[in-house]
Structures are given as C-alpha cells and as structure tokens.
Design a protein around this ligand. Structure first.
Ligand code: PMP
Length: 397
C-alpha cells in the first residue's frame, strides 16, 4: 500500500489505443515476428533539414530560456500570415496562441470555456482525446456519428440537429478527419453553420490535417460569416511538417480568450521552447516543398492501399479525401473489428486499429494509417489477404 489516493478526476482520463497497439506490435516484433506498422498517426518523413538547421542555430544563439507564455511574436506573426492566407480568412497575430503540440489547445479550450454538466458535441468515430478531455472537465460528451456519404465520410446532419440542446456549450469539428480521412464538404459545412448560427455555442475546429488533402482543400467553419467570433482553430506542425516529436502546435481564437489561454499556459508549461518555435518559423518559410512532396507521396500510398483493400473479400473502402488514414468497413468479413484487428496483428503481423476504439460508430471498421512505405503497404495487403483466405479462417466463418 503506497498510501496515495487518486483524485476522481484523473480516473476519467482515457488514452489512445494507437499507443497500446504500437506497444503490442513492438512486443511481437521483439519476439521475432515481422510486423508492418499501419497503426500510428505519425508521418514517417524526416523533418526538413532547413528546420533542423534553424533549431541548431537557435540553440547556439542561446534561445534556451523562458519565452512569452503564448508564443514568440515572430512565430505568432508568421502563423497569422500563413494560416490566414491558406484559409482565406484574416488572422491577427494577437489571436494566435502557441503551445507544445496541438493537444494543449484542445485541453485549454475545454478548461477555459466548459463547465461541469455542460454538453459538448463531438464526432463519433473521432480522435479519442476529445471524449477523454470532455469527461475530465465533468462535461457530458454528445456523440454525433460520422457517416459514409458519396464515397466520403461526413457528419450526420440530422443527428447533429438532434444533439443540440440548450445545454450545448461547445462542438468539436475535425476535417480532414481522423480516423476516416473524410473532409466535410462545403454544403454540409454550410448546413452545420446554419444549425449553429444563432446559438451561443463555441466551435473547436481541429484542423491539424488541413494541409494534407488530395483533391478539394478543406474549408474552415471560421470562413463563414459570424463564425470566426466563436471558433477556436486547432492546428500545428506535427503532421504538416513531420514534427510530431518537436511538440509545436497553435490555436487561433477570439482575442478575449488569449488572456485565459495565457494563464493556463503559465500554470501548466510556462512557454513553448523558444528554439523549437524558431524552427517553426523556418518550417513555415522553407518547409512548403517538403510538405508538397509528402502529400504527393501520401496520395500514391493512399491509392495503393485503397485499391488493395477494395480487392479483399468483405472490405468496403471509401476514398480518403485527406489526412493519412483509410477506414474500410470490414463487416463483410464476418468478424467484428476488434477481433479482426487482433487477428491481423497476431496471425498476419499487420498492425491496424479497431474502429470502435474511436467510438461506438466506428464498430465494423478498421483504421489503417498509410504513414508507411509503398513497399510495406503492399506487403501488408498481401498479409491481410493471406490471413483472411487461410483455411483456419474460412472454417471459422
Ligand atoms: N488532433 C487530431 C485529430 C490528431 O490526430 C492529433 C494527433 N494524432 C492531434 C490533434 C494532436 O496533435 P499534436 O501531436 O500536435 O498534439
């Protein structure tokens, strides 16, 4: 007995199954199994060398001390220009808050704006941290299904309308979407806007994948009249610039919230490391060619993966429009998604995530991340096919 008692609050926090599956896959690998990793949501590209050099320079120049809690003026300015131009909206540097990764923006938004008992709408399936943070705040998660529509995944608008109540305090949107790769089309976004327009509901728009799309660019809800004033955009450097381990993210928000985020930052992390922020300034300046190369490569991988999955008996796979995930429906295999995810890993050495680990509506689906080489994706497809056509499997079905 250690004598330490846990607070009730911390028991409400959940984790991400991607990390658990990665651990299990690594264990099997250490035992000698060949494993293809399609579970983790992390670009397999290196950070651009100009960014590495900028960080090294910043370290040598002594940018190793505390900085302003909401970020260096140079980076806030660069983000305002870049993020505003890409989205076609006006962003002032005073609206930008820089944090160690994108996750703190979500956490701080909930801490700043949501009270116990408030309802918060979130996508189902969705990034598992949404529900975790909502529950941690004592708020009530209201799940709205993300459904297949026109070879895409989008929010179920009828379910959204039904989910909005006088107690709805906030809604989390995520487009391009993890885990489905869906992008909310213009007309659906307009419908969402009309449902929210005359209501006092904060929009938390997680746009961490906004640079990774294959056809039509995603549109931000903040570009609709009247929405900028009640939207917090979440974005960052993790995905766009292959900088997951640097921990560099940001929020774009109404100015009146910046002071609250500043207080939260001072209480939690003081500041984001200045040399990392200066590397971020360089990424916005010099990282665009690397970003374009990465997206082009992701598109080729997507096409190989999606075509391959569609050729597997029992799989149905809408075309991912952004991010780097495919989300096939696997009900036709006769397995539930948890069983199939385990089976693919244990028998075939293919690590993928069970769709229901992203919420109940993800049941019947698997998430494959194509942040892996074309060669490994091809190998994974062969392995999946082999598992599903093995004698043992046929007997079970
Ligand atoms: N939002 C979504 C939808 C994500 O998939 C992720 C990363 N997996 C994040 C936020 C967090 O990004 P970061 O690593 O920069 O905190």
């Amino acid at each position: 007995m250690s004598g330490i008692q846990l607070a009730d609050r911390v028991k409400l926090l959940e984790t991400e199954s991607a990390f658990e599956v990665l651990e299990k896959a690594n264990r099997l690998q250490a035992q000698g199994m060949e494993v293809v990793h399609l579970e983790i949501g992390e670009p397999d590209f290196s950070t651009d060398s100009s960014v590495l050099q900028a960080a090294a320079r910043a370290l040598e120049e002594g940018h190793t001390k505390y900085g302003p809690p909401v970020g260096l003026p140079a980076l806030r300015q660069a983000i305002a220009g870049h993020a505003g131009a890409r989205r076609g909206i006006e962003v002032l540097s005073e609206q930008v808050v820089v944090t160690p990764g994108a996750k703190p923006i979500l956490f701080f938004a909930m801490q700043a704006c949501v009270n116990p008992g408030d309802e918060v709408i979130l996508p189902d399936p969705g990034f598992p941290i949404y529900q975790s943070v909502i529950r941690y705040c004592g708020a009530v998660p209201k799940h709205v299904p993300i459904i297949e529509k026109d070879d895409n995944f989008t929010m179920d608008l009828d379910a959204l309308e039904a989910a909005i109540t006088p107690r709805t305090r906030a809604i989390i949107l995520n487009s391009p979407h993890n885990p489905t790769g869906g992008i909310i089309p213009q007309e659906d976004m307009a419908a969402i806007v009309s449902l929210l327009q005359d209501k006092n509901i904060l929009v938390i728009s997680d746009e961490i994948y906004s640079d990774i799309y294959y056809d039509e660019p995603p549109i931000t809800i903040a570009s609709f009249p009247g929405m900028r004033e009640k939207t917090i955009i979440i974005d960052g450097f993790s995905k766009s610039y292959a900088m997951t381990g640097w921990r560099l993210g940001y929020g774009i928000m109404p100015k009146m919230l910046v002071e609250q985020f500043s207080k939260l930052a001072v209480n939690v992390h003081s500041c984001t490391p200045p040399f990392v922020q200066l590397a971020g300034v360089e990424a916005l300046k010099e990282g665009q060619a690397s970003l374009e190369r990465m997206v082009k490569e992701f598109k080729e991988r997507r096409d190989i993966l999606v075509e391959g999955l569609r050729n597997i008996n029992g799989f149905r796979c809408p075309t991912p429009k952004g991010a780097f995930y495919a989300f096939p429906n696997i009900e036709g295999t006769g397995f539930d998604s948890k069983t199939l995810a385990n089976k693919l890993l244990e028998e075939g050495g293919v690590a993928a995530l069970n769709g229901s680990s992203f919420g109940e509506a993800g049941n019947g689906y698997l998430r494959f991340s194509y942040a892996n080489s074309q060669e490994n994706i091809t190998k994974a497809l062969e392995k999946i096919d082999a598992v599903l056509s093995s004698k043992k499997t046929r007997n079970i079905i």
